[in-house]
Ligand binder design. Sequence first.
Ligand SMILES: Cc1ncc(COP(=O)(O)O)c(C=O)c1O
Length: 381
Amino acid sequence: MNLFNVYPLNNITITKALGSYVWDDKGTQYLDMYGGHAVISIGHTHPHWVKRIEHQLHKIAFYSNSIIIPIQQELADKLGKVSGKEDYQLFLCNSGAEANENALKLASFHNGKKKIVAFSKSFHGRTSLAVAATDNPSIVAPVNQTENVIFLPFNDEQALEECFSNHGHEISSVIIEGIQGVGGIVAANTSFLQLIRSLCDQYNAVYIADSVQCGYGRTGQFFAHDITGVNADIYSMAKGMGNGYPIGGILIAPHIQAKFGLLGTTFGGNHLACAAALGVLEIIEEQDLLSNALNIGNYLLNELKAIPQLENVRGRGLMIGFDVPESLKDLKKTLLNNFHVFTGEAKPNVIRLLPSLALTKEQADAFLAALKQAIILIQGE
Ligand SMILES: Cc1ncc(COP(=O)(O)O)c(C=O)c1O
């Protein structure tokens, strides 16, 4: 049987990983500045995380959500404490798309309305509503197309105000990434997020903060949206939540009420996933990885800004992007093949850095040295 061929692959087989490094089947070591797409939060195969999962595995890995699963409450308590959203409620699922799907659906259940406001260059996942709210027609199947999503230009306050004054009574939710990831590392303006908050209050709409990529401590705050000083009604999470063990979830504000059967999933919140997620939060807390993400991120941002060939260096914490000019279009490939450094990309010419939140200064320096040498190598060709 063939694999369904949907992923353009690098010709590399990773067989081992630890911290911010991975090794291929020939024993070559790579520095991981991509974190497997922002997933590796505390570092690959962190020993505490491995122990947490192993220990749980010997007790029970899975039982359905028809019984009491105390480790779910343990996770909710820890997440409330680390995120500072102790009065929120937690619903657990398995991925980022599923988290957003549930967030959009819950918003509509809550206020009985249908329209969703989303923004240009947004990415919210590939399931039906999540993909309908994603600004990429090439991944929206005809069956996913809906008139219920209104796309507005990102960070355009006037367009947002006009949209609410025309359709406010129909708008169920506004979904927005605090910093767009797939869209190329572009931050939502603080005043724009504050305006979303006040318009949602005024029109009884739900403010959904898609924190799948920019959340879980990546920017130095637990949620990138926290920088605004206002709260969202729902925060969606996944990626860094399990450090590679699949788990997602939504944090739901206290005024949104649960009802039996409203949401549900077979695998969401299983024992093993909760153990992995607890292992992550324990390390985030114990090693103060939010501060590390901010400090190392600031260091990287400053150093990158001093490299004249890179354009528009931007981001927060360890969510960093820069544009590469046409003459350096092979930079990502050169970093990988010649200097053994994984980075991410965004179309058409953005390099994205999404490393582990535990990245050290020495590792940041090793990356910067490799980057400078890669530029010299390409320009000398
Ligand atoms: C902001 C954002 N939301 C949602 C998703 C979808 O997450 P998943 O791939 O886990 O479904 C992604 C994935 O890249 C993302 O970046």
